[in-house]
Design a protein around this ligand. Sequence first.
Ligand code: FES
Ligand code: FES
Length: 166
Amino acid sequence: MSIQIHVKVNGVNYNHDVEPRLLLVHYLRDVLRLTGTHVGCDTSSCGACTIHINGKATKSCTMLAVQAEGCDITTIEGLANNGELHPLQEGFKESHGLQCGFCTPGMIMTSADLLQHNDQPTEEEIRVALEGNFCRCTGYHNIVKSVQYAADKIHAAQKNKKEAVV
Ligand code: FES
Ligand code: FES
């Protein structure tokens, strides 16, 4: 038996018939071929599969595809804007926040959710936000610096925008 789902992913509408047991992460990777969302564990603990559902960071291995019916989803592939890297993508590049890069999409999607609500997080707040994301390479210091880089860039852009309006 399969069930039809309708989802919007990175601004594109999709309709597919899926098995009720199909995990959302496998729908994204195997059906839509959006392989930037990774699978790093089978215990919902590594965060490599993090995406945004209706704007909120969510581990896509913890949901069935059918549970995403009607949702607006963003994956790492949808984060750049008109070919311009998101400040977090730039931050991970400039501040050496990645080595093998396996955890990076999940780290970025979790951090993007944080920065939507708090564009000047403390180091402690960044570390708390990333508690559910594991990195096996970097020791986390440069990941935190990468998020701080993005926060500073976003904060400066918002300040400039406000000054331009005044
Ligand atoms: S694959 Fe989802 S938390 Fe590890
Ligand atoms: S950069 Fe390799 S797991 Fe994080």
